[in-house]
Design a protein. Structure first.
Ligand code: ITT
Length: 198
């Protein structure tokens, strides 16, 4: 059976990836299956650089093809912030509620038309040899004035999708994967992965 490892510590991402690959005949490992693999610090200046750092490290350590996602929220009014700092926007890595509070406070009083934002995702696919390929996806929306919805993770409760009349956190996983930055980036990797894993 074809084997691949997802190099992420983020439970929300992992759930979405598992849903995306659920119909494919691959054995999918996560870092939980290989607890000795530690991802290096994300020192890159772009999603692409950070995705590459994670995928290369995991592929080398696991000895199999690895897939890593680096993603984040880019808010127009904030000049593209938090960007690569999305996970640690309020200081502590992965504290979603603090990150959301900080975002809302920075956008206090900013009118709807100036609250445009996008989620971006770069997926890196690395071989143990270090060879690496990239795919990306973007999802556009607006930042709400208060959180809504309990699904997803991160900034989802604040990310308004006008075409659904809902926040990302009000979509179920299937709906989110259809339109999200991660779903788009992942689907773009499929032809490549199918070829590589052949
Ligand atoms: P790994 O590096 O272990 O994969 P991480 O959470 O540190 O996990 P990133 O460095 O790529 O991952 O940061 C991604 C952050 O961007 C994430 O913590 C959220 O704050 C935000 N984010 C990314 N995708 C998101 C999504 O689909 N919904 C909501 N927020 C998202």
């Amino acid at each position: 059976m074809k084997e691949i490892i997802f190099a992420t510590q983020n439970e929300g991402k992992l759930k979405e990836f598992r849903d995306l690959v659920s119909l494919l005949p691959w054995r999918v490992y996560s870092l939980k299956d290989r607890p000795k693999i530690l991802l290096p610090e994300e020192t890159g200046a772009s999603f692409r650089e950070n995705a590459e750092i994670k995928a290369r490290a995991a592929a080398k350590a696991a000895g199999m093809i690895a897939l890593a996602d680096d993603s984040g929220l880019e808010v127009d009014y904030l000049g593209g912030e938090p960007g690569v700092f999305s996970a640690r926007f309020a200081g502590e890595h992965g504290n979603d509620s603090k990150n959301n509070e900080k975002l809302l406070s920075l956008l206090k009083g900013v009118p709807e038309e100036k609250r445009a934002a996008c989620f971006s995702c770069v997926i890196a696919v690395s071989f143990p040899s270090g060879e690496t390929f990239f795919c990306q996806g973007v999802c556009e929306g607006y930042i709400t004035h208060s959180p809504r919805g309990n699904n997803g993770f991160g900034y989802d409760p604040l990310f308004w999708l006008p075409s659904f009349g809902k926040t990302m956190a009000e979509l179920n996983m299937e709906e989110k994967n259809q339109i999200s930055h991660r779903g788009k980036a992942f689907r773009a990797t499929l032809p490549l992965l199918e070829k590589l894993l052949d």
